[in-house]
Design a protein around this ligand. Structure first.
Ligand SMILES: *Cc1c(COP(=O)(O)O)cnc(C)c1O
Length: 399
């Protein structure tokens, strides 16, 4: 029997759950894009976006997904033939590096695998070797959504400074913004990319590139950028249309305004991070209990290196797919597929899943997801330790 009839829950790591207030804000007739409320509202969005990124720098808004932000960021600071150093801890690091290669950059990848964070000592040593200072940019993903590894971007800045290297520090915060603590200015990040559909709780279709004065200066010497992707008019528009290089993404902007209001009402970024931190600990507690017996284990062993936005799980084939199918059909919860852990044609591909817990997520949603996973483990007859849900409830009850 299916018990899925009720409100469904998309617990994948993006797009995330959209708050009713975001959905309702978008359910209006087309607004005027030449004057009036929308035009005034956008000027107020910019400081709130910078506050979310913890920067006094600049922001350019694009009608794009995260891949668009990747290309926008790279094309504004690179020239063809420039060398970049990509620090990969999962699929998304490799993906951003591929985009740099397609733009004509010379790409060097340091691959730290799927289960470990960036090794800052190795990065420092590599940068010291670069005595000609050929490396123009160091690219890192804050939270790699495929592996759920969280990299310490402040420590990466320290490693670059220790090597005395002038490369730009570029960070992908598409999964982490609004979930995991991120301090753009304090951590000396030059370029940060994010998108609307994860921690910002708005439909996919808007992307943001934040940049420092140092990156703005690099833009003056870059030859990759085309007129549409140029961040200069978007970050300092003379006319309203220049924010977006054309017609504004009217309804996305209304949804984003509502999402940023929700963040402010909760108490700002510190409160949002604290909620995600506690909910993530509840999820880890459940998996630790289930993993005490049987094949189930979290992909990232050390909690210090785990994201608060997404949790990648290893369970062995075919149990990952079996569990996802059971919880979706029987309980109305959609879990994320494993990404980048095995080739999709390889039977091992079915041995992974991910839980998204980014954005508009609270205690009852997390306990609900964990409860149906516990039911699913029983239903598919997978050996597992007992007391997962109770362990999670203990973490929540201490809130
Ligand atoms: C989702 C995501 C992307 C890609 O974003 P799209 O909107 O799918 O283009 C890139 N990097 C990270 C870390 C992500 O989580």
């Amino acid at each position: 029997m299916s018990l899925a009839h009720g409100r469904s829950y998309l617990a994948i790591p993006g797009p995330s759950v959209m708050p009713d207030r975001v959905l309702n804000a978008m359910h209006v007739a087309a607004p005027n894009i030449y004057e009036g409320d929308l035009v005034e509202m956008v000027a107020g969005l910019v400081p709130d976006l910078k506050a979310a990124a913890r920067t006094d720098g600049h922001v350019a808004i694009y009608i794009a997904n995260g891949h668009g932000a990747w290309e926008a960021a790279l094309s504004n600071v690179l020239s063809r033939g420039d060398k970049v150093l990509v620090l990969a801890t999962g699929s998304f690091g490799h993906g951003w590096g591929e985009m740099a290669r397609a733009l004509g950059a010379e790409v060097e990848v340091m691959d730290f695998g799927n289960r470990a964070p960036i090794d800052m000592g190795q990065v420092e040593a590599r940068l010291r070797q670069d005595t000609a200072r050929d490396i123009r940019a160091v690219m890192a993903v804050h939270v790699d959504t495929a592996t759920s590894i969280r990299n310490d971007i402040g420590a990466l800045r320290n490693a670059m400074d220790a090597a005395g290297h002038p490369a730009l520090l570029m960070a992908d915060c598409i999964a982490s913004l609004g979930c995991d603590r991120f301090e753009m200015d304090d951590w000396g990040v030059d370029v940060m990319v994010t998108a609307s559909q994860k921690g910002l709780m708005t439909p996919p279709g808007m992307a943001f590139v934040f940049f420092s004065d140092i990156a703005a200066e690099a833009r003056e010497h870059a030859d990759c950028v085309s007129a549409y992707w140029d961040w200069k008019p978007r970050a300092a528009p003379q006319h309203f249309y220049q924010y977006f290089g054309g017609t504004a993404p009217t309804h996305h902007l209304l949804g984003l305004r509502a999402a940023l209001d929700l963040i402010a009402e909760e108490g700002g970024m510190d409160a949002v991070w604290a909620r995600h931190d506690r909910l993530a600990h509840a999820i880890w507690a459940a998996f630790d209990a289930w993993g005490a017996d049987g094949p189930l284990e979290l992909n990232v062993a050390d909690p210090v290196h785990r994201s608060r936005a997404v949790t990648a799980v290893r369970v062995g084939a075919p149990h990952g797919t079996a569990l996802r199918e059971w919880v979706e059909a029987r309980a109305g919860v959609t879990l994320g597929i494993g990404l980048g852990m095995a080739d999709p044609d390889d039977p091992a591909w079915h041995g992974f899943f991910r839980v998204g817990h980014m954005g508009h997520v609270n205690a009852h949603m997390v306990l609900g997801v964990l409860g149906v996973i516990e039911a699913g483990l029983q239903a598919i007859d997978l050996p597992h330790g007992t007391g997962g849900l109770a362990a999670a409830a203990r973490v929540i009850s201490a809130a």
